[in-house]
Design a protein. Structure first.
Lengths: 481, 309
């Protein structure tokens, strides 16, 4: 009997150890991620990683055999092979890039081979970090522009100023300030291939219903507040239809909304030399208070605080269901609505950015292309980036990708006027876009802000206290670095 | 002469036996070699390396590689309020789920153990959540919990208001618990069902003859008979639930107000958002230690070694 008990205990003990080991070593990552608009609130379908997945990934990164040559021949852009990673997993985009654009590039450059790989947005950073650590990073890769400082400060990116000098100056000026969003320590590191922005979209039929002129949307905070209140439907204190909604999930979407209101109020996130955070300026407090009042208090015009409507299916978007009359949207969402509900899409319009002190909106370069500093074929890598920015390439690429063209000269192109009409307001407003500062610790600093914005939105801290604490905590991270 | 022959014969037999043993041992070794190599290469070495990383400051982008910092990282994490808060939330999440998952799974197992028409089909239905990917299931529950989702639709239909299932800091973790209990039912049920089917029928028959009622049969035969299975279920549930990530990432991403920020979410953030692999490894090893302690004491307690006998 004792032996039997001992056997049972031993078996259980070994099962426990085995399970712990297996679970800790398990990297049950579901690597599919459904992200419709990369810089928007990512829909979290993937990136499932377990505790020691972090550890094993790090280990894997360091133990990967270094230097698997990705470039067949060092050349001056004549011949050779380059490896390119695109972020995203849209089938339409993958088809266009792999079946049309890459072969076209190869055909135009005999002796050149391009190996394209798509990595979903949820995993692109992880995979790039691992690849850089193991010496297998691609020659060219796409990422959000906010990643610039992190890679550049670690000497992983090739400055592209020499190449940009060879471009037609018209092309450079065509980008406006967008090229500078990828600047770090005075050097350019990236070229945008698609734009991304957050603008306020509204239901024209609901405007008409409450006596507002859909052709004359609000232009400043006062008019906007009045319109939002008029559009809000209430039963007692309960809001049946929101006048205006924005992303209040505690993620980067909330910070992007704050950035829009902050800059509209005349503020900025950092000082000019990017050394000090300025979130807690009077403009910052005013902006955050405006956001708080949208959801809280007797004059609230929105309900569903914390709700992640960005990840809902197109047909369930509040603008489509009529749960709100106005909402902040990204071009990808608008494109998805256009496909899923064309009838409702025809009743949606996008208004220009509002103005309190300044007319601005969060936006700019969505996906940018970088060149790996260790590439053996920098000229060919640049040639590919240049190819991706040709008008004919963008005409194929952008409708599949959902991002809008970043060059103002394309405003009257067939792509914007006929093929994808919802691009128009986004391209039109390029001069008003502001992006995030390029500092190496941005992700951490931004998350600190998000945490405190979340607290203020839920009423656990006042706008002033939240921003004071966020500024102090964020500044400590910057100073430590 | 005879003695000499016997001795020689024994030596011969012993030599043959020893050779045979060696052959068997070699065969056994060869059989376990692939699996052992797999475990060593993909589990043990990374774990040792991860432990080394936990003693360093390591950003994979940094060309300098890991920088030794000894136990400093452990000090930082143990002194961080966020870690303790995440640990508390993880423990709350785990220990809210386990009793519910055990009770409901046992109830289902008792139901599935009955000889009723269509029971095979029902068993399949009960087990279904187990085989669906947790991430996929989470996405479905995201819709169920959304403002326009099924639960709020039912609530509104019966005159209730909208419930902020995932957006209220007070409610979010419990909403996650409900979803996770549902997900855990199938796996636990199958284990309990196997346990139930291993209890000798004769015990029930004898007890019935002695006048035992249904409750007595359950209390004095079924429950003690399921003890070993229950130990296994609780222990493995502790191990897996303490490492919960996917459903939280999908449904709440640690919010609102960090009310669902579990330890694994912290690890993910440190490793993949902030590139602080060393710090992430520290938290991973501290989590390992916590899980080990909980699992070990649970094992001792439930197997009777922890208390008076």
């Amino acid at each position: 009997m004792q032996k039997r008990q001992l056997r049972l205990r031993l078996s259980l003990f070994f099962v426990l150890i085995a399970t712990l080991l297996a679970a800790c070593g398990d990297n049950t990552a579901t690597t599919t991620s459904a992200t419709t608009a990369p810089a928007s609130a990512t829909t979290a379908a993937g990136a499932a990683t377990t505790a020691s997945g972090a550890a094993t990934t790090a280990a894997g990164a360091a133990t990967t055999a270094a230097g698997t040559a990705t470039t067949a021949a060092a050349s001056t852009g004549g011949t050779g092979t380059i490896k390119v990673w695109f972020p995203g997993n849209s089938q339409a985009e993958m088809d266009v890039v792999t079946k049309k654009l890459a072969p076209a590039f190869e055909q135009a450059n005999p002796g050149v081979k391009v190996n394209i790989e798509f990595v979903d947005w949820g995993n692109i950073s992880t995979k790039l970090n691992t690849a850089f650590a193991g010496g297998t990073a691609p020659d060219v890769f796409g990422h959000g522009v906010a990643a610039t400082a992190g890679f550049a400060s670690n000497d992983r990116l090739l400055p592209i100023d020499n190449y940009l000098q060879k471009w037609d100056p018209k092309m450079i000026s065509d980008f406006g300030t967008l090229l500078d969003q990828g600047k770090y320590n005075g050097k350019h590191y990236s070229v945008p291939i698609r734009g991304d922005a957050r603008l306020i979209a509204y239901r024209t039929d609901l405007f008409t219903e409450v006596g507002l002129d859909p052709a004359k949307p609000p232009t400043n905070w006062q008019e906007f507040t009045a319109a939002a209140q008029k559009l809000t439907k209430k039963s007692g204190s309960r809001i049946d239809r929101s006048g205006f909604l924005f992303s209040t999930t505690a993620d980067q979407g909330l910070q992007q909304v704050f950035l829009t209101f902050l800059t509209e109020a005349g503020g900025s996130q950092m000082n000019a030399d990017l050394t000090k955070l300025t979130w807690n300026s009077p403009e910052g407090v005013k902006a955050l208070q405006y956001m708080i009042d949208t959801y809280n208090g007797p004059n609230a015009v929105a309900t569903g605080l914390g709700e992640n409507y960005g990840s809902l299916a197109p047909n369930q978007q509040p603008l489509v269901t009529g749960r709100t009359a106005m909402a902040i949207v990204d071009p990808g969402t608008l494109g998805a609505i256009r496909t899923a509900s064309p009838d409702i899409y025809s009743k949606i319009a996008v208004m220009p950015p509002l103005k309190d002190v300044k007319q601005t909106a969060f936006g700019g370069a969505g996906t940018v292309l970088f060149i790996n500093k260790d590439t053996k074929n920098p000229d060919l890598a640049w040639k590919f980036i240049d190819f991706m920015n040709q008008d004919s390439t963008l005409e194929d690429y952008l409708p599949a990708n959902g991002g809008f063209p970043m060059r103002t000269s394309l405003l009257n192109s067939e792509l914007v006027t006929t093929k994808v009409p919802y691009f128009k307001p986004f391209v039109q407003d390029i001069p008003y876009y502001v992006g995030n500062p390029n500092i190496p610790t941005w992700t951490q600093v931004r998350d600190v802000l998000v945490r405190y914005l979340d607290k203020a939105m839920h009423g656990t801290l006042s706008a002033k206290d939240a921003l004071d604490q966020a500024t102090a905590e964020g500044q400590a991270i910057i100073d430590k670095k | 002469m005879l003695v000499k022959e016997v001795t020689t014969s024994r030596r011969f037999t012993a030599q043959r036996g020893s050779k045979l043993h060696r052959k068997i041992a070699l065969a056994g070794f060869l059989f376990v070699l692939p699996a052992s190599l797999f475990i060593i290469v993909f589990n043990v070495i990374p774990l040792i390396y991860a432990f080394y990383l936990s003693l360093t400051s390591y950003d994979p982008l940094d060309r300098g590689g890991p920088r030794w910092q000894g136990l400093e990282g452990y000090g930082d994490v143990l002194g961080s309020e966020q870690f303790w808060s995440a640990l508390k939330i993880t423990a709350q999440y785990t220990f809210e789920i386990i009793p519910l998952a055990i009770i409901f799974a046992l109830g289902l197992a008792l139901l599935a153990n009955r000889r009723i028409p269509g029971i095979g089909f029902l068993r399949g239905i009960f087990y279904l959540p187990r085989i669906v990917s947790l991430t996929a299931v989470s996405l479905i529950w995201l819709w169920l919990y959304s403002r326009d989702g099924l639960f709020n639709y039912i609530g509104t239909f019966f005159g209730g208001g909208d419930t902020p299932w995932l957006t209220s800091p007070d409610l979010a973790i419990h909403s996650l618990v409900i979803m996770r209990v549902w997900k855990a039912l199938g796996g636990n049920m199958v284990l309990f069902l196997a346990g139930l089917q291993n209890i000798p029928v004769e015990l029930y028959e004898a007890a019935k003859i002695d006048g035992a009622n249904s409750w007595n049969l359950f209390r004095y035969i079924t429950l003690p008979g399921l003890r070993a299975v229950a130990i296994f279920v609780v222990t493995t549930n502790i191990i897996y639930l303490f490492q919960s990530f996917s459903e939280i990432y999908v449904l709440t991403n640690g919010g609102p107000l960090e009310s669902t920020m579990t330890v694994n979410m912290l690890i993910y953030r440190e490793a993949f958002q902030y590139n602080r692999m060393g710090q992430a490894c520290v938290i991973a090893f501290l989590l390992f230690a916590v899980i080990f302690v909980f699992a070990y004491f649970n094992l001792r307690l439930m197997s009777g070694r922890g208390g008076k006998r």
